[in-house]
Design a protein around this ligand. Structure first.
Ligand code: PLP
Length: 362
């Protein structure tokens, strides 16, 4: 079977070695006579996978000891609510959380927070149609946290240097670029990410939270919504998404084997460069709306100047085994997502196709 190059924004492509390993192990897990997904989440076999997964995250992201690594359900979307529930809603009168509105995902995070407490918009990219990021953000007087989105999956832009929030916890949605570059974890109060872009199949959400933030979080909430309940129970308070965690661990082993996060960064830049070069060398046949300083290396957003060619581009690309290139319905155009598991050969194939399409259709 010839595998397609899957440029989807999420769920997204996984390393074929990981898929094959799952296939080998899914019925009879390492000679145990049953599947791991049938086994108790409190049994030795699952627990070994669970703990190795957390350990791999710690090692790969170089997470300091005063941070807890949580594996939760609900996607990044649940974190849009869980962050303000834990840190804002019960924080007392006048408490404010600051939000940087960099695009669609940041907006959604802000929307949920504003239902739960007072928020302040520290930057809003609306006037540039969310194609750039600020050099400085304008924080409120003493916010309980500042929320940013490291990589806007739909708009195709990303933070390069992290904003300095002093002693105020910086909370970051890293769903679409976690593990694609080294991150100074010590600068953040909370980092969260849904798995289905760079970490594995959908179903598990990674939350990295600093101890003092944990200690300051609300105790009035139902158990599942409290970070501290998950931290105290090593993310085994209830049944965790065992299949997703098992698969994520295989992806993390694969990342390690490839050379870790620095290697992922090097490859991501190489892949993105291939596509951005095909755009910039096209004499205006293709364009990209994003400020070059902040453009994403995970989600390359581009357009054909003659937008009526979009559907032909997508159809022809599909015939060449390249799928998932349609831009998000809210922005249109085209988008190539180049997550960790996308091989360089996939980006090369797309860049070649873009050049030949432009030559034939200009
Ligand atoms: C995909 C995505 C989300 C939503 O994640 P779910 O796991 O589907 O809830 C949130 N933020 C960003 C930046 C994303 O890319």
């Amino acid at each position: 079977m010839k595998r397609k190059f899957n440029f989807s924004a999420g769920p997204s492509t996984l390393p074929v070695q990981v898929l094959e390993e799952i296939q080998r192990e899914i019925v009879n897990y390492r000679g145990s006579g049953m599947s791991l997904i049938e086994a108790s989440h409190r049994g030795a076999e699952y627990e070994a996978v669970h703990n190795e997964c957390i350990e791999n995250i710690r090692t790969l992201l170089d997470i300091p000891a005063n941070y807890q690594v949580l594996l939760l359900g609900g996607g990044a979307t649940l974190q849009f609510g869980m962050v303000p529930l834990n840190l804002l809603h019960y924080a007392g009168e006048g408490s404010t959380a600051d939000y940087v509105i960099s695009g669609v995902w940041a907006k959604k995070a802000h929307q949920d927070a504003s239902k739960l407490g007072k928020t302040h918009i520290a930057y809003d990219g609306a006037s540039t149609n969310y194609t750039t990021l600020p050099e400085n953000i304008s924080m409120s007087e003493s916010p309980v946290y500042v929320h940013i989105t490291s990589n806007e999956t739909i708009g195709g832009l990303r933070w390069v240097d992290w904003p300095d929030t002093g002693t105020v916890p910086l909370v970051c949605d890293m769903s679409s670029d976690i593990m694609s570059r080294p991150v100074p974890v010590e600068k953040f109060g909370i980092i969260y990410a849904g798995a289905q872009k760079n970490l594995g199949p959908a179903g598990v959400t990674l939350v990295i939270v600093r101890d003092d933030v944990l200690q300051n979080s609300a105790t009035q909430l139902p158990a599942y919504l409290r970070y501290s309940v998950h931290a105290e129970n090593n993310s085994l308070y209830n049944t965790p998404p065992v299949f997703s965690i098992y698969a994520m661990n295989l992806v993390l082993r694969w990342v390690k084997k490839q050379g870790g996060v620095r290697k992922m960064q090097e490859l991501a830049e190489q892949k993105a460069d291939l596509i951005y070069s095909a755009v910039s060398e096209s004499d205006g046949f293709y364009t990209t709306p994003v400020d070059p300083t902040y453009r994403s290396v995970m989600n390359v957003v581009f357009q054909i100047a003659d937008a009526s060619l979009d559907s032909t581009f997508i159809e022809e690309a599909a015939k060449h085994g390249m799928v998932g290139l349609k831009g998000h319905r809210s922005v249109g155009g085209l988008r190539a997502s180049l997550y960790n598991a996308m091989p360089v050969s996939g980006a090369e194939a797309l860049a070649d196709f873009m050049r030949s399409f432009a030559t034939r259709r200009r």
